[in-house]
Write a protein that binds this ligand. Sequence first.
Ligand code: SF4
Ligand code: FES
Length: 246
Amino acid sequence: MDLTLKIWRQKNSEDKGQLVDYKVTDISEHMSFLEMMDVLNEQIIEKGEEPIAFDHDCREGICGMCSMYINGEAHGPDRGITTCQLHMRSFKDGDTIHIEPFRAAAFPVIKDLVVDRTSFDRIQQSGAYISVNTSGNTQDANAIPIAKAAADEAMDAATCIGCGACVATCKNSSAMLFVGAKVSQYALLPQGQVEAADRVLNMVKQMDEEGFGNCTNTGACEVECPKGISLENIARMNREFLKASL
Ligand code: SF4
Ligand code: FES
């Protein structure tokens, strides 16, 4: 396939940035989207120009790094996958593809397609953990009975990879799907009960301080989430927040 790419180039966080046109040739439909970006970067480097900066790590849908907005959708046109799992067979020869960074005030652009998502780290540090007694009297986790339904729901919430697609997709740049997943992951388990009230209050406070917007029940986040995190997690976070506030 030969493709035209319109890619966001931005030297640093102060630069205004702009879309720049590139032609990329001989792309196999079996390549992943990031392999296509690698081919383009090789062609750019051969011309002596600055390659396009983009985030990636695992390239198998686990780390949540590959934050790209492709043709107006977070992680591209397919559902339930990250950009690194997107294959070029989803496009046709001669296509024009727009590639931009995730956009949100709380995700400032560092360079080209790389955004700063340390706001997510700070939210997690404010409460997404449990304290464990490591004095030698630690209770065997297998000795704590957990209902199957609760374990399944907690596991589903824990599949959130912190990619930020929910924020990038939301018209309010809300992080409530992400925070709802992290709160739910612990709220559903007995181990999470000890710090439950502090957790939800602190995480919501940090979320607000980072500049994320509120949820207005549009549901776009759930549609674009590569891990299928359900809106039920936002409802659970709101219930936990109300309970903790009272
Ligand atoms: S809720 Fe989904 S879209 Fe949001 S950070 Fe987690 S995995 Fe990504
Ligand atoms: S590079 Fe890790 S999820 Fe895409």
